[in-house]
Design a protein around this ligand. Sequence first.
Ligand code: Z5A
Length: 222
Amino acid sequence: MTRTSPGCFITLEGGEGVGKTTNLEFITRQLDAAGISWLATREPGGTPLAENIRSLLLAKGQETPHELTELLLMFAARAQHLDEVIKPALAQGTWVVCDRFTDATYAYQGGGRGQSEATIQQLEKLVQGDLEPDLTFLLDMPVAAAAERVTQRGEQKDRFEQEQQAFFQRVRDSYLNQALKNPLRFRVINANQPLAAVQQDLQEALLPTLLAWKSRQEEDLP
Ligand code: Z5A
């Protein structure tokens, strides 16, 4: 009997402007080269309903969401995204590469806004059960240098991007703390170097997961 190995769930994390979007494309090119089927997605978002929630969250509207409202909307979008996209893809053996996931909630709503870790953990358990990424790349760089990249990009800033440097410093500290607590899942990548060097580091960090998955797949062959 042939079994399909479940796909691998990879997330990219980091503060604004650290290069998540740029490097997500790089990772999917590596997966193509390895002959692996993949799906790229993002949070908040990834389904029509969750993308609508994203618009509500990022808009600089007349009514600023209460901090708990913001937290609940993040998990509401995530619940939809998991059921509609992430879980079905993983079950079929497709790799899912996601631009941000729950570590962003701990960093932004926890570290940034001050929501308690216990509250976030409760929602995480409710929405995800035991599901968590297999591998998380934390693209890390000083807050001021990342802000400079965002400014140079020249796009209008969304509601989060308008926050002050102190907010983003708390976000960065929270991410680094999470990486320290979860060394098996996190790979911290120095994002404050030329793109080619960042991508060299990413490629090396991805390789063991790729090889392990391939060998599991070979074991599953009839
Ligand atoms: N959020 C939250 O609060 N809670 C949650 O649970 C989740 C999210 C899931 C939207 O996320 C907001 O949602 C986010 C947190 C919140 N707000 N913030 N801040 P997002 O991921 O869509 O937004 P973002 O972080 O602002 O993404 P971004 O601005 O698109 O940045 P990026 O994807 O990390 O960077 P990039 O677009 O790939 O690169 C930025 C620029 O730098 C670009 O011009 C690149 O060409 C350039 N770049 C990239 N790498 C390099 C290197 N190595 N050298 C030089 N230049 C580079």
